[in-house]
Design a protein around this ligand. Structure first.
Ligand code: SME
Length: 180
């Protein structure tokens, strides 16, 4: 079944949504549909937590073979010491605060660059929130040239994520820049 959101009133916040990816999509089309669904769900909604929560749920629905999908948000810089704090996600309970530069998420937040890790066990400083994780993709969400959050996807499958996955999530991050 295709997406049905186009038929739904965009601004109704009590609507039942039925977002699903078509089966067997190639990554470019899968991420195009995911981004369209995220755009429809977040457009006009000013609450960033609500938007991150719905996008975490969409990631879980659309992207196959994940064990964790969600957000870490950058805290405000206080005395030069920003850190990441856990945001909305789907998966097992996770580490709450991550210093910049620490682990895969901290590396993405510090550098402002996507981290595509084929083998988390070989990544120096990887933070094991869920021992099932074997590969990871972390993409910064930027606003005005500053990292405001990261999108974190974990998989139990080694080398689960490709450059196409990275590009799909980067496009999603651009859509979310002023919505979270
Ligand atoms: N593994 C991450 C920590 C976050 S959890 O995977 C949800 C890291 O090394 O940054």
């Amino acid at each position: 079944m295709g997406l049905v959101f186009a038929a739904l009133p965009r601004r109704s916040r009590s609507t039942m949504y039925d977002f699903k990816a078509d089966a067997g999509l190639e990554p470019p089309e899968l991420y195009r549909q995911l981004r369209n669904a995220a755009d429809a769900l977040t457009a006009g909604e000013p609450d960033g937590v609500a938007n991150m929560a719905n996008v975490a749920a969409l990631l879980w629905e659309f992207v196959p073979n994940l064990n964790w999908a969600g957000f870490y948000r950058m805290t405000d810089a206080k005395e030069g010491s920003s850190e990441l704090v856990l945001g909305p996600f789907v998966g097992r309970p996770a580490c709450i605060r991550i210093p910049l530069g620490s682990g895969v998420c901290g590396a993405a937040a510090q550098s402002g660059k996507t981290q595509l890790v084929e083998d988390v066990l070989a990544f120096p400083g990887h933070i094991a929130c869920d021992s099932a994780s074997r590969s990871e993709l972390v993409v910064p969400v930027m606003r005005g040239g500053i990292v405001i959050a990261v999108i974190d996807l974990d998989s139990p499958e080694p080398a689960r994520f490709s450059q196409e996955d990275a590009e799909g999530i980067e496009a999603l991050a651009r859509t979310l820049s002023d919505r979270i």
